[in-house]
Design a protein around this ligand. Structure first.
Ligand code: PRP
Length: 177
């Protein structure tokens, strides 16, 4: 096994839980009775989504989509494509997209644009983390957990090179760019 950078804690699991509780309370307030469709962006959102929906005690639906980008670098997102699409009608639904991180903004802009064309009743974004220092495309985040510094964020579903998704805290790793 190749050597791994050592993750350092940015937000503890207790802080993460308090923040997910807060976001769930905000979402409950706005979506109760609206039978929303929550759409998670794989893979990074799966841990956050799993905790979030268990705090939403009203009828809702869950979907996941997978996007992939070709020719991606750290600052260039590459061409985005839908790898795993939706099985549920979006038209007329209240849609809440659930992301783990907004970085350059390319991924979420692509997705919000794609969903917006399907004429939902409403379309909002919930992101666990936001890294505004790297933004290339403006993004409005309706429900935000944490603002993070320009570091490689890992844990709670977020990976670096497919590693560290299992960490219960939100961490960062120091690696060569
Ligand atoms: C991450 C993250 C976002 C995207 C944000 O996904 O989950 O979807 O990057 O980056 P951007 O704002 O610069 O577009 P990634 O492609 O790493 O896949 P993963 O969720 O499977 O880890």
């Amino acid at each position: 096994m190749s050597s791994q950078p050592k993750p350092q804690i940015l937000f503890t699991r207790q802080e993460v839980k308090a923040t997910v509780d807060r976001l769930a309370a905000e979402i409950r307030e706005d979506y109760q009775g609206k039978h929303p469709l929550l759409i998670g962006v794989l893979k990074g959102s799966f841990v956050f989504m799993a905790d979030l929906i268990r705090l939403l005690d009203f009828p809702l639906e869950v979907e996941f989509i997978t996007l992939s980008s070709y020719g991606r670098g750290r600052s260039t997102r590459g061409e985005l494509r839908m790898v795993k699409g939706l099985h549920t009608e979006v038209k007329g639904r209240h849609i809440l997209v659930v992301e783990d991180i907004v970085d350059t903004g390319h991924t979420i802009s692509f997705l919000l644009d794609y969903l917006g064309k399907k004429k939902p009743a409403s379309l909002r974004l919930c992101s666990l983390t936001d890294k505004p220092s790297r933004r290339q495309i403006p993004v409005a985040i309706d429900y935000l957990g944490f603002t993070v510094p320009d570091k490689f964020i890992v844990g709670y579903g977020i990976d670096w090179d497919e590693r560290f998704r299992y960490l219960p805290d939100i961490c960062f790793v120091e690696v060569e760019d």
